[in-house]
Write a protein that binds this ligand. Structure first.
Ligand SMILES: N[C@@H](CCC(=O)N[C@@H](CS)C(=O)NCC(=O)O)C(=O)O
Length: 252
């Protein structure tokens, strides 16, 4: 195992001794990829709370390919990132950069598919129905941003709970779980679990809301993924989630 280098110095000029992030990586005859990720709000040298970045990081951790990270302070985005493709991403992260070819690849959907082709083993391909959890993030955001006590808030909470119930019912089927990928993290897990993490953390903090307590399979699921080495290696912590949504809510 090698420790992946963290090249925050590109943007933030952090001395090597203070580089914060370690991602599991393994020596292979492959180019080192640069993952451009969100920094923590207010602490630009720490990994931030982007669920789409988390998805790519989990993929990197499962597949153990060589990767380094560049953290972007959202209050001070680099000029190249703000440009549209092929130079930048219009300001969004994650972005995968391949230094040798000069490839700049935005969008977690595209990035994980690319990585799945380049590093087919271990496979993270998933047979989970594509629509499972697909409305989770917009429903959560809608709930979070809606005024307390409003009809909009009740509607979005209802939508969120519909998504949570569908996930719970799927996981509770005989032979399913503990993860959507069974014993291993699949692409569905990498996509959905970070969104659940955001929803659970931010709604508890800002809305004093908890996921319905009868959703036992869902609770087991969240505990099971949090216990994996890949999650532990890529977790930015609940305080980063709260800092991130505090910044969003301030601008809303
Ligand atoms: N569809 C994109 C979504 C990426 C996205 O929305 N990223 C957020 C961070 S979580 C972002 O960069 N937002 C720009 C901003 O808030 O300034 C993907 O899957 O990569």
């Amino acid at each position: 195992m090698l420790r992946a280098q963290v090249r925050t110095a590109t943007i933030n000029r952090v001395p090597a001794s203070r580089r914060p992030l370690t991602i599991m990586a393994q020596a292979q005859k492959a180019p080192i990829y640069d993952l451009v990720l969100k920094a923590k709000a207010g602490e630009p040298f720490k990994l931030g709370d982007c669920p789409f970045c988390h998805r790519v990081l989990l993929t990197a951790a499962v597949k153990k390919f060589p990767v380094q990270a560049t953290l972007v302070d959202f209050r001070n985005k680099p000029e190249w990132l703000l440009q549209p493709p092929p130079v930048g991403s219009g300001g969004k992260v994650p972005v995968l950069r391949e230094p040798v070819s000069g490839l700049v690849m935005p969008d977690s959907d595209v990035i994980v598919e690319h990585l799945e082709k380049l590093y087919p083993e271990p496979s993270m391909r998933s047979d989970t129905p594509a629509d499972l959890g697909s409305k989770l993030f917009p429903a959560f955001r809608g709930f979070l941003f809606a005024a307390a006590g409003s009809e909009e808030e009740a509607a979005k909470r209802g939508e969120l709970e519909g998504e949570l119930r569908a996930l719970d019912a799927h996981l509770a089927q005989p032979g399913k779980g503990p993860l959507l990928g069974g014993a291993h993290i699949s692409q569905s897990d990498a996509a959905i679990a970070p969104k659940l993490y955001h929803a659970k953390t931010a709604l508890a903090h800002f809305k004093h809301y908890s996921f319905p307590s009868d959703l036992k399979a869902l609770q087991k699921y969240m505990d099971a993924i949090a216990a994996t080495p890949e999650w532990k290696a890529t977790d930015y912590g609940t305080d980063a989630i709260i800092a991130g949504w505090t910044a969003h809510l301030a601008h809303h």
